[in-house]
Design a binder for this molecule. Structure first.
Ligand code: F6R
Length: 586
């Protein structure tokens, strides 16, 4: 899991590459490097953040890389770009070369000397082995020998071109005037051009100063549309917020609104299925769990929710099911693997993703895009609420199509959904109140989140946000389960965050709140109901919404609580330790 970039044109390659890498940093940040052609290839790479690079050379053609280690520990010698034996060829790679051992042995026998522990280095040596004065020809021959996933860019000291290829790792081309770009993601070059081509699996790209050509792995030319990116680079920057995560939390009204608007025009949702299987990882999995409650409530059909890493290895099952994959990045390896399996099982497949042309879109029959804009903070926030918006809309449409709800209820639900951006805004104004609670819980060692029914997944999400960015141990539980074990952990002063919307579980939640309060817990109640104040140590009032929509407002409080707790503790919020934004390895 890494970010790659390549530039050819008239600007300072050093500047383009370093600025681009900074914007790709969310893809990994344990080492970085650049290679620039300037009377040979000059390389600067090292372990650590991009800021540590000391690039005291320049040129107008180069490649760069920001790394999240998979093969080989984060060390200078394992940082990319990697070169052949003579330093004439340099490559950057994102993905995993599965047959690297086999290739390495063959190349070592032929005398190639390997300097790193990476799987990627075989690419440079293979190119060297196959090079006969033409990088393009060598690249086409090389690519056929690779097994695995890759986005690769390669340069040669004596040639003015970049060769790149994509297989199961993202790669986009930026088209300029007398300059061209290649990168793992659009923000890397968006300040220079908004004209992009999204590469598909099995495509090779040749970039020179004046043209970009796309081929399949057999060398046949492919036509590709150039798309105009509507969002600006400012969208991908912090706009004055201290962290991307906070900016993204505050962007949620717009993210939900734009997602709903794009869906309102969709009338291609007439699917035949009698069961839904939702598959996802992490925060997207929690969106899937909310989806289960919504669909069971509105469609009265069974819905199973799987972690993608579990679904991949379950036995094949015959089913008239819709398999729904939720992945904001569209690149999560486990989710892609699960989608492949679902296709093999003959299931109807659909994906919800935030990234245009991302890998998942090649694996499924139908795609619903969320329109949250780029999410840079590693912890997912606005893409989560945008995923929820898509799930609600999908379920409401299905309920109408199947005659499960009448026109009146349909309109009521759609109107409720339309108001969500405004309800989220009214939740965000509670920030100062939430900061006060964050100050208290930032001193604690364990935090518990409890809820019932459709908010149980929100308790899980609140706990996930808390642990991943504040590093405080946090657990989410269905409130009714406490008495079956976890209650033993509740002692004096332990924070318990309780979600209590006015739904059919409200009275039960109040009982659970009393249960933990009686054991000395410090209870923070999140509810629209004034009465809750009587039973808790601290009450955070949220706007009134129809109970089915309560996850939207509750999750915003929990995101802010996690964010401010982590900020008070001085954590690296946008880049939590050991994590990366898109997990393209199993
Ligand atoms: C947590 C988080 C992760 C992702 C998970 C799936 O804040 O962001 O748990 O939700 O890695 O990522 P996607 O949705 O890109 O498949």
């Amino acid at each position: 899991m890494c970010g790659i970039i390549g530039y050819i044109g008239f600007r300072s390659a050093r500047e383009v590459l370093l600025r681009g890498l900074k914007r790709l940093e969310y893809r990994g940040y344990d080492s970085a490097g650049v290679a620039i052609v300037n009377e040979g290839i000059k390389i600067e790479k090292r372990r650590g953040y991009i800021e540590k690079l000391k690039v005291n050379f320049d040129g107008t053609l180069g490649i760069g890389h920001t790394r999240w280690a998979t093969h080989g520990v984060p060390e200078d010698r394992n940082a990319h770009p990697l070169t052949d034996c003579h330093g004439k060829i340099a490559i950057v790679h994102n993905g995993i070369i599965e047959n690297h051992m086999e290739l390495k042995n063959e190349l070592a026998e032929k005398g190639h000397k390997f300097l790193s522990d990476t799987d990627s280095e075989v690419i440079a040596h293979l190119l060297e082995e196959l090079y006969e004065g033409d990088l393009k020809k060598a690249f086409f021959r090389m690519i056929k020998k690779l097994k695995g996933s890759f986005a690769i860019a390669a340069i040669h000291a004596d040639e003015r071109r970049i060769m790149a290829a994509k297989m199961e790792s993202p790669l986009v081309v930026g088209i300029g005037d007398h300059e061209n770009f290649i990168a793992s993601d659009i923000p890397a070059f968006l300040e220079y051009t908004n004209r992009v081509m999204v590469l598909k699996d099995g495509e090779i790209c040749e970039l020179t100063d004046d043209f970009v050509r796309i081929y399949d792995f057999e060398g046949n030319k492919r036509d590709k549309k150039v798309k105009k990116v509507e969002w600006s680079i400012e969208n991908a920057e912090k706009s004055g917020y201290e962290h991307f995560m906070l900016k993204e939390i505050f962007e949620q009204p717009r993210a939900v609104d734009e997602t709903l608007h794009s869906l309102f025009s969709r009338n291609d949702m007439n699917f035949d299925f009698s069961k839904v299987i939702i598959v996802a990882c992490g925060t997207s999995y929690h969106a899937g769990l909310v989806g289960k409650y919504i669909m069971e409530e509105l469609l009265h059909i069974p819905v199973e929710v799987y972690y993608a890493s579990e679904y991949r290895y379950r036995p094949n099952v015959r089913d008239n099911a819709l398999a729904l994959f939720i992945t904001q990045s569209g690149e999560t390896a486990d989710t892609l693997g699960a989608a492949k399996k679902a296709r093999e099982e003959g299931l109807l497949t659909m994906a919800i993703t935030n990234v245009l042309g991302s890998s998942i879109t090649n694996y499924v029959e139908y795609v619903l895009y969320t329109h949250a804009g780029p999410e840079i903070g590693v912890a997912a926030t606005k893409t989560f609420t945008a995923q929820l918006a898509s799930l609600y809309y999908f379920a409401i449409q299905q309920a109408k199509i199947r005659g499960m709800i009448g026109m009146r209820r349909y309109r009521e639900l759609i109107n409720g959904l339309r108001k969500i951006p405004y309800k989220i805004e009214n939740t965000l104004v509670r920030e100062r109140r939430i900061i006060k609670e964050a100050e208290k819980i930032s001193k604690k060692r364990d935090i518990f989140f409890i809820a019932r029914s459709i908010n149980y997944p929100i308790a899980l999400e609140g706990a996930l946000k808390m642990k991943e960015i504040s590093y405080i141990h946090a657990e989410g539980y269905p409130a009714g389960e406490l008495k079956h074990g976890p209650l033993a952990l509740i002692s004096s002063g332990v924070p318990v965050i309780a979600l209590a919307p006015l739904d059919r579980t409200y009275e039960k939640m109040l009982s659970n709140i009393k249960e933990v309060a009686a054991r000395g817990a410090y209870v923070i109640g999140i509810s629209s109901q004034d009465e809750v104040e009587k039973y808790v140590n601290s009450w955070i009032k949220v706007p009134d919404v129809e109970p089915i929509f309560s996850p939207f407002v509750n999750v915003v409080v929990l995101q802010l609580l996690a964010y401010h707790t982590a900020r008070i503790l001085g954590r690296e919020i946008d880049k939590p330790r050991n994590l990366a934004k898109s997990v393209t390895v199993e």
